[in-house]
Design a protein around this ligand. Structure first.
Ligand SMILES: [Zn+2]
Length: 226
């Protein structure tokens, strides 16, 4: 993994190579941003949105935290609530993608909260927004090995966060007006593949096979269909 000194060398190449070659784009971006997509994903270092989606500066408005958590609306002081509100009302994004990932450390912590609470009290407190996930995963996979239950919890967590997202008034109103579509995806660290949730079938399908079908507005979702 790169050291800070190596990352600074990368920045120097960015200044001498990328910036001169993209002067028009940078000048355009200086006048404002109009991203169409808010991507809510995990802080995990293995998720590189610009690489995965081959995007340019200005394409993605990104909200990241450990576990791609969206606290349910209520506490207006959270970074998540303010960022989501700005994306929807200020930037008027057309899509919100909640993208979880396999091997997510936050979801693993979620499945063993009591064991990690003493060491990571803040993380555990904040993961309460996903407190339903372990029980839901267990219901669906009570008799499967722990690793499979962990994988299922990653998927389940994406649906729970979509559910939480719809408690935010700005999101619910824009979805109801048909101006905003929600999507639930899971990125596979092992292969780079993305699976997308299909509301009509209650399944996650490979993104390239999945119709770009927004999650419907009725909620709570039938999480048992996973
Ligand atoms: Zn993660």
């Amino acid at each position: 993994m790169k050291t800070l000194a190596q990352l600074i060398q990368g920045y120097q190449r960015y200044c001498t190579e990328y910036c001169p070659q993209h002067q028009d784009l940078l000048a355009q971006l200086a006048r404002g941003q109009q991203p169409q997509v808010l991507l809510i994903t995990c802080s995990d270092s293995r998720i590189e949105p610009a690489l995965i989606f081959q995007s340019e500066p200005g394409d993605l408005f990104v909200l990241r935290n450990a576990g791609n958590i969206v606290p349910p609306y209520g506490d207006r002081s959270t970074a998540e609530a303010g960022t989501i509100e700005f994306a929807v009302l200020g930037l008027q994004v057309r899509n919100i993608v909640v993208m979880g990932h396999t091997q997510c450390g936050a979801v693993r912590a979620l499945l063993q909260l009591e064991a990690v609470r003493a060491q990571l009290p803040c993380l555990c407190q904040y993961l309460q927004a996903a407190a339903r996930v372990p029980a839901l995963a267990q219901v669906r996979a009570a008799d499967v090995p722990p690793e499979q239950q962990f994988r299922l919890a990653v998927y389940q967590n994406v649906l729970v966060q979509l559910d939480n997202l719809l408690t935010h008034p700005a999101v619910a109103a824009a979805v109801a007006r048909g101006q905003l579509a929600l999507h639930g995806w899971v990125y596979h660290i092992e292969t780079g593949a993305i699976h997308a949730y299909q509301h009509s079938t209650g399944r996650f399908l490979p993104l390239e096979q999945a119709a770009l079908e927004p999650v419907h507005t009725e909620w709570p979702f039938d999480l048992s269909a996973l």
